[in-house]
Ligand binder design. Structure first.
Ligand code: NDP
Ligand code: MG
Length: 382
């Protein structure tokens, strides 16, 4: 495999740490030349010691004095740190593992600079699709890291695009898959963050419990693979072994299977189109429980139905969906609203946004403004 110089944005998060784990196991072909964190200086310092990157970024400039960098290392501070590192001339791959809307500008900048982006951050795709499509014209490309999108990306190679019928996204169903509405109404953060399969960052764990994560992924898939909402199906698959599937017009369904370990998708995004050996425990289908598939219950998980509505409602509604969910999710984690209120707040924000006829979101300033208003609407609902 060609030697790859990699920049990791969001290196101190769940995906960032696992990306460094992959790089650590393949030092013969991969080198980390840039690291960027939000505020966790202690972990960032340990990563700097181990990987000796030439470029370091920290979004929270207030912690600058605690960062330990050697001579000749460039240290970039402030909210634009990730965006600057995303454009490094010497980088072959930019891993965007920043969480939330903050991942948007780094993605757009990297694509404008013609970079290959291994993209974990889904909020950017959902909120800024017009900007991203425009930036892609500069010659950059996106290799998905999100396990469902990585699976689809791989499955699509089995046939011609013109013969594709639909995308089938799998979902674990999260901790409340079998809970009643009554139980969900009274659920607190501890139960909601207790994901049965994946060990992830806080925000995405909560999004898995509400299934807003799957809603975001419906839109992510629609934008990444240029598909209509009607051609994207969601299937509950509690074992998380089948990571997603595609169906062709002859009825053939192609699936990608593997152990529930994000390092498989992360590694593939770094080695694509090649494959190399991995540290991930191989899947033994003999030892797996039966693989089961169910329809999601939209009454208990309105996030799914709201995502299709957002996708069909023009380019402002996906931003409203994402921002209102971020705001309501923070309120829930702070004990200020109930679990089922998260979806109620998002639905309210979407209805109000439609009534107010939010502007067309085709530039960054408009996106930021819609994001701001949607957060306010989500907080306003009683
Ligand atoms: P985490 O919350 O664990 O990590 C987020 C990372 O982003 C941290 O390193 C954080 O720094 C950094 N960060 C936050 N704000 C900024 C900023 N303004 N500039 C630079 N860095 C910043 O999130 P995850 O790793 O779970 O998720 C990252 C993305 O990947 C999300 O979009 C998520 O939806 C997606 N994803 C995650 C999966 C998972 O398994 N975790 C699976 C599929 C997709 P610090 O901690 O130092 O403040
Ligand atoms: Mg996913």
């Amino acid at each position: 495999m060609k030697y790859k110089k990699i920049v990791v944005l969001g290196s101190t998060g769940s995906i960032g740490i696992q990306t460094l784990d992959v790089i650590r196991s393949h030092r013969d072909t991969m080198q980390c030349i840039g690291l960027c964190a939000g505020s966790n200086v202690e972990l960032l310092n340990r990563q700097i010691m181990e990987f000796c990157p030439k470029h370091v970024g920290l979004a929270e400039a207030g912690h600058a004095r605690e960062v330990i960098v050697g001579k000749g290392v460039s240290l970039i501070l402030g909210q634009s740190a990730a965006t600057e590192l995303a454009q490094l001339a010497e980088a072959d791959i930019i891993v965007n593992a920043v969480c939330g809307f903050a991942g948007t500008l780094p993605l757009v900048a990297a694509l404008h600079a013609g970079k290959t982006v291994a993209l974990a951050n889904k909020e950017s795709i959902v909120c800024a699709n017009p900007l991203i499509q425009n930036a892609l014209k500069s010659g950059g490309r996106i290799i998905p890291v999100d396990s469902e999108q990585s699976a689809i990306f791989q499955c699509l190679m089995a046939g011609r695009r013109s013969d594709l019928k639909k995308l089938i996204l799998t979902a674990s169903g999260g901790p409340f898959r079998t809970s009643t509405l009554e139980e969900m109404e009274h659920a607190g953060p501890e139960q909601a963050l207790n994901h049965p399969i994946w060990n992830m960052g806080k925000k995405i764990s909560l999004d898995s419990a509400t299934m807003f994560n799957k809603g975001l992924e419906i839109m992510e898939a629609a934008f990444l693979f240029d598909m209509e909402g009607g051609a994207i199906e969601v299937l509950l698959h509690p074992q998380s072994i089948v990571h997603s599937m595609v169906e062709f017009i002859d009825g053939s369904i192609i699936a990608q299977l593997g152990t529930a370990d994000m390092r498989t998708a992360i590694q593939y995004s770094l080695t694509y189109p090649e494959r190399i050996k991995s540290e991930v425990k191989p899947l033994s289908l003999f030892d797996e429980r039966p693989l089961t598939f169910e329809r999601p219950d939209v009454a208990r998980f309105p996030a799914i139905k709201l995502a299709y509505a957002a996708l069909n409602g023009g380019n402002a509604l996906p931003i409203v969906y994402n921002a209102a969910n971020e705001a309501a999710a923070s309120m829930f984690l702070a004990g200020k609203t109930g679990f089922l209120d998260i979806a109620r707040r998002v639905e309210y924000a979407m209805e109000r946004a439609q009534a107010l006829d939010f502007a067309n979101a085709d530039n960054y300033e408009a996106i930021v403004e819609i994001d701001r208003q949607a957060r306010r609407l989500a907080q306003e609902k009683v």
